[in-house]
Ligand binder design. Sequence first.
Ligand SMILES: Nc1ncnc2c1ncn2[C@@H]1O[C@H](COP(=O)(O)OP(=O)(O)O)[C@@H](O)[C@H]1O
Ligand SMILES: [Mg+2]
Length: 263
Amino acid sequence: MHSVCRYIKVGSGEFGDVLYGRLISTGQLIAIKALKKGKTDKYALIQEAFMFQLANETAYVPRYQGLAPIKLLGEKYLEWGLICEFVGEANIPQPYDFRLTLKAAQKEMCTIELALQWIFTCARIVHAVKEFHKMGMLINDIKADNILLKPLGNGYHPIFIDFGLASIGEGITLALEVTDSNRAKILKEYSHIAPEVLFGGETNVNSDIFSLGKALSLVSDAFPIAAFKAIVSRCTLWNVSERPSIDELLDGFQWVADSIVQR
Ligand SMILES: Nc1ncnc2c1ncn2[C@@H]1O[C@H](COP(=O)(O)OP(=O)(O)O)[C@@H](O)[C@H]1O
Ligand SMILES: [Mg+2]
């Protein structure tokens, strides 16, 4: 069983907080996902833990350490929390945030090397989703907030951190009541979710592609190379059959990278 000493809140989402701590037994740095009572329940925690453990077969997830009692953290959380590797700058501590990393890159002088580095980072993100889909797993909630970018060589290695809505084998529906009066608000608030899912359909590979395209568009807006923007924007077409497959995206990025190098 894990005992945790010293913890600091490093992130929060809709259902809980993520705390940073150190295991007393080994001194190892960890993230504790603590879900809030009332917002969710133990079944959701077990479901997420199960998905997290499965996704650990890939190299795109923080190392999963199990569930541990976290009563010490206070009454507002469920009694157990999900423990995994902390993916971030340990001294501060700060997660390797997607948006902040991209913002810092935009402050640098835009060189071919920098653009290539980000196109390859996008390719790695797509490759991660390919691996999850190969396992029969849908993420169902792909967005920049749920992807950390760990520095690796000249670029970044994506780490997916949120499996709260992930499913195996079949899609899920979001229980959203869409009416004429809340339609605009929902489209804005859940802008990363494919429209066919917002309007009651089941998630599937194509709805993950939609969300992926939304996240990647942050990068293609920062490096507005025409062919790069074009392939990324196809992911978010409302017509599902016009969205590219994962392999088309990967080929497209390779083509864009090759054409920049040959310029
Ligand atoms: N393993 C981790 N290492 C570092 N930071 C993390 C880790 N997991 C989550 N975070 C931080 O906490 C935030 C919320 O985590 P997330 O799992 O997405 O919670 P929620 O399901 O509530 O959205 C993330 O956006 C990230 O900044
Ligand atoms: Mg999240």
